[in-house]
Write a protein that binds this ligand. Structure first.
Ligand SMILES: [Zn+2]
Length: 874
């Protein structure tokens, strides 16, 4: 057992900083075995602080303090404790000169300054800067930085930091220096520097006001051909942010660097974004359509942070959603404008409902603005990001696009250069629109997914239809009682002939109902017959909605609902009902109605093919688990498999026809028409191989051999791997590896195809992958692709009834926690949902968590996840 337990930090304890730092002058000397960081801090007492503190307390972790001077004189009465440097009785204004020695090569946590494939790079969000030098490492201390980097010229010809380059030159012993100055005050978490032997790809962007911005991407030489898509995405994002939000870029230069070893996806450091290679590099031969799509949205996301995050930042880490929720909403809007808004919304909601709803229902549930944390790295969650974005989307729905834009303009104007709270964001929206969002603010403070129960009555005599909606929200840790939320429900009513019915005197056929109390009734009059309600269009609120639609009504909505999202959702509801009825023994045979609905979709000309592909996909096992108490994964999986086999066999001829009609030829382009066609054609291929169809097998083999792009090649590989064709599977896996073993990002995909396979991805398979020469424990992407994909997506084998999957995960977490706690804590997430499962799975998962808890040297990160999920700490 550990000697002392890590302490939680509470939002209620927030105090303004006792001191402010106006200017930071850094000189960083890089050597092979260490780095010397000389920092000069211009410090003054904070006039807003009432604590009268005389001592300056700076954060610092794993730093060797080499020298400390105050106004040019050595300091002798300082104290160095674990995590802090205290300088007693400091004056009102002073300079502090600090030199620290650090060891980037030994930094396996990948927080602060570290080495990745021979280059130096940084990751300072949330609390990495304190691993570089002593500092007031909190986001409400904003300073201007000047950064001089010195290193060997031959090994590190490229030296980058935030801002604009202002000075450079040769030094003695073959070394050189480059000095960067960032004129915009920023918190320390946005500091970045990079040193390496990198190639530069240049482009430029002319802003609305006519300034030419120098765009530069830095990658290792082997990745030189993979930059085009990211640069194109960046330019689109820059233009879009000017047009939709009126936000122009501010520095003269914008840089993007790709790094192989990175704990996160990407980081929005001011003027110097650092990306995980897998989230930025792409070529048609190595990246799928899905990767192209993801890169476009992540590049935009990080760029958008320049305003929503950097110019206006968070006061403290409880406000993380201030920048993340708003920026995810902005990147979702951007992606919707670049492609199909409905398909984009479907993909997003699908993820939200399976993964974020599970988080909300589990022991780690927390509000969008958490009240406390032990390790902030554990709160980069789907709740803060994705639910946070849904909350901003609801404000957008309630205010309408024009008022929302006025609100965001006011927010940026009012708080530029400040560190603020989610409350400040909502206040700006209120002040611009004159709407009262007092009750709406509960979305930030109350955890859990609200549930809406909808009932209706129709009075044929008066032609009045009444909808009654009741809201409730289950208890979550620390919050047993919930006040009602302010919920926008976008809806319409549909007549039996498919006509959209007018809802008011203005003949509108769609409206937004606003729920504020526990229960509301809404009346619609002048109707000739009982309508079919279409509720929560576009998923207008992150809630679970329960209305007793019949299967026939769902079939009707699948083809007639004017809202594309609800057409898809009706199909999902129908399929869920059919699958769970089989699993629970209410049906003995698969209802033929979904098959007929899919047949119509496949044979109706002119439909959006990307939509058809989404509609053909059965609800995931993860979503079915989320909808089931005491989930028995094997039984759910069995029922889902039975329905899938029935559908695919019944539609075999139509699927073959889809392959013939819709597969795009010619050269690859990432454009909506081609992406949709590949998506539909590859969905058909997957279904054909799943049923062991001979023609499907031949087509998969041919596509695997002949594909000129990774989307088709990987789809063919997956189809063969998840099929009964065992020899073809082995051959294809071997061939794919032989062709691509030199490319780490493609090898990551090769790992994931196996670790995520419901057919072959069992514990033996993933154990073998860990022993593969291409696997690297120190590389977070490889770890995620093998262990993370197995535990997070391959539910069939992870929840193997003998508990082997759970034990496997426990062993790997234990190993990883010794050197990269952020990753070990992330990987533990699937175990935290243990209460959702059937008793035999539940006991096995909780047993692994208890074993982890009892380890002697558990990291703070993992300690918080394990104890909270066992219900042992607040
Ligand atoms: Zn972000």
């Amino acid at each position: 057992m550990r000697a002392e337990q890590p302490q939680a930090v509470h939002l209620a304890d927030y105090r303004v900083p006792a001191f402010l730092i106006d200017h930071v002058d850094l000189r960083i000397e890089l050597f092979e075995d260490c780095a010397l960081v000389h920092s000069r801090l211009n410090i003054r007492r904070n006039p807003a602080d009432e604590s009268q503190a005389r001592d300056l307390v700076l954060n610092g972790e794993e730093l060797g303090l080499e020298s400390l001077m105050l106004d040019g004189r050595p300091v002798e009465n300082h104290r160095v404790d674990e995590g802090f440097l205290t300088v007693p009785s400091v004056p009102e204004h002073f300079h502090l000169d600090v030199t620290t020695r650090i060891h980037p090569r030994d930094n396996t946590r990948l927080e602060g300054l570290y080495q990745s494939s021979g280059m130096f790079c940084t990751q300072c969000e949330a609390e990495g800067f304190r691993r570089i030098t002593y500092f007031l490492d909190r986001p409400d201390v904003m300073a201007c930085y000047r950064t001089r980097i010195e290193a060997d010229r031959e090994a590190y010809p490229v030296l980058l930091a935030n801002g604009n380059p202002v000075d450079w030159g040769e030094l003695e012993d073959g070394r050189h220096q480059v000095t960067w100055e960032d004129p915009y005050p920023k918190p320390s978490y946005l500091f970045a520097m990079v040193a390496g032997d990198l190639v530069e790809k240049r482009d430029e962007f002319v802003t609305g006001s006519g300034r030419t911005i120098d765009l530069r991407m830095y990658v290792e030489a082997r990745n030189e051909a993979k930059c085009e898509h990211a640069l194109a995405s960046l330019k689109k994002a820059m233009a879009w942010d000017e047009e939709v939000y009126g936000r122009e870029y501010d520095l003269d230069i914008f840089m993007v660097v790709a790094v192989d070893d990175f704990n996160m996806g990407a980081m929005e450091n001011k003027g110097l974004n650092i990306f995980n290679s897998s989230c930025v590099l792409a070529s048609p031969e190595t990246a799928t359509d899905a990767a192209y799509d993801r890169i476009e949205s992540i590049v935009a996301h990080e760029y958008f942070h320049n305003w929503s995050g950097n110019r206006v930042t968070c006061r403290d880490w409880f406000q993380l959603s201030l920048k993340e929720g708003f920026t995810v909403f902005r990147d979702n809007q951007f992606s919707a404008d670049m492609g199909s808004p409905t398909v984009q919304r479907i993909d997003h909601v699908n993820m939200l409902r399976t993964a974020q709803f599970a988080e909300d229902a589990g022991p780690m549930a927390h509000p969008v603005r958490p009240d406390s944390y032990i390790e902030i790295a554990n709160f980069y969650t789907l709740t803060v990001y994705e639910k946070g974005a849904e909350v901003v989307r609801m404000i957008h729905t309630l205010l309408g696009p024009d008022m929302f834009r006025e609100g965001s303009d006011l927010y940026f104007a009012r708080h530029d250069g400040q560190a603020v709270t989610t409350d400040d964001f909502v206040s700006a929206m209120e002040d611009a629109s004159s709407r009262d969002l007092t009750q709406f603010r509960r979305w930030y403070g109350q955890a859990g997914t609200p549930e809406l129960r909808v009932t209706d009555t129709f009075d044929a005599e008066s032609g009045t239809y009444t909808l009654t909606i009741r809201q409730s929200c289950p208890a979550t840790p620390g919050q047993s009682h919930k006040e009602p939320f302010h919920i926008p429900v976008r809806m319409g009513l549909i007549a039996s002939d498919g006509e959209a019915l007018p809802l008011d005197a203005e003949q509108n056929t769609e409206t937004v109902l606003e729920l504020t109390g526990d229960e509301h009734s809404f009346q619609f009059s002048g109707l000739a017959e009982r309508p079919v309600p279409s509720l929560l269009r576009g998923f207008s609120a992150p809630v679970k909605l329960d209305y007793p639609w019949t299967r026939d009504q769902l079939m009707f909505l699948m083809s007639r609902d004017p809202d594309g999202f609800n057409r898809w959702d009706a199909g999902q509801k129908l399929a869920v009902d059919v699958i769970l009825s089989i699993q629970q023994g209410r049906d003995t045979e698969v209802d033929p109605r979904p098959v007929e609905a899919y047949r119509t979709l496949l044979t109706t000309p002119g439909l959006d093919r990307a939509m058809v592909a989404r509609m053909l996909a059965l609800p995931s096992t993860a979503w079915l688990i989320e909808l089931t108490d005491e989930a028995d994964v094997a039984a759910i999986d069995g029922a889902r498999h039975q329905v899938e086999q029935t559908v695919a066999r019944a539609l075999r001829d139509e699927l073959v026809q889809v392959r013939a009609d819709h597969h795009p030829g010619g050269s690859y382009a990432f454009e909506p028409g081609q992406v949709a066609a590949r998506s539909l054609s590859n969905s058909a291929l997957t279904l054909l191989t799943r049923i062991g169809d001979e023609q499907g097998r031949e087509q998969a083999l041919a596509q695997f051999e002949q594909a000129t792009n990774m989307t088709d090649r990987l789809a063919a590989l997956k189809a063969l791997v998840d099929s009964p064709f065992s020899q073809e599977r082995e051959d294809a896996l071997a061939r794919f590896h032989a062709d691509w073993h030199h490319d780490p990002q493609v090898v990551e995909q090769w790992f994931a195809v196996q670790s995520g396979s419901p057919w072959i991805g069992n514990v033996n398979c993933v154990t073998e992958l860990l022993a593969h020469p291409a696997f690297d424990w120190k590389n977070p992407n490889k770890v995620r692709m093998v262990i993370g994909v197995f535990a997070g997506r391959n539910l069939t084998h992870f929840h193997s009834p003998d508990g082997s999957g759970h034990r496997f995960l426990g062993e790997q977490i234990r190993r990883l926690d010794a050197f990269n706690p952020q990753i070990s804590a992330q990987l533990a997430q699937p175990l935290t949902r243990w209460r959702q499962y059937a008793p035999h799975l539940r006991d096995s998962m909780a047993g692994i968590l208890r074993e982890l808890r009892d380890l002697p040297d558990l990291s703070r990160d993992l300690y918080e996840v394990v104890t909270k999920s066992l219900g042992e700490s607040g």
